[in-house]
Design a protein around this ligand. Structure first.
Ligand SMILES: [Cu+2]
Length: 65
């Protein structure tokens, strides 16, 4: 399980964008985003930097939590 802190999400659409971006990363089995907690939980064998890059490509920022 990888936990990420996500900055920049303001609504459910943002959370959906981030969730979909994370789910598209190679090795991800599932991704869940908690908008209030600004946290994403990713299951699988994905590369941390690839996850961060995917979130940043959508216009949000992420770091390991
Ligand atoms: Cu939004």
């Amino acid at each position: 399980m990888i936990k990420l802190h996500i900055e920049g999400m303001t609504c459910g659409h943002c959370a959906k964008h981030v969730t979909e971006a994370l789910q598209a990363v190679k090795g991800v089995e599932s991704a869940e985003v908690d908008l209030q907690a600004k946290e994403a939980t990713v299951a699988g064998q994905a590369d941390l930097q690839a996850l961060i890059s995917a979130v940043e490509a959508e216009g949000y920022s992420a770091r390991a939590n």
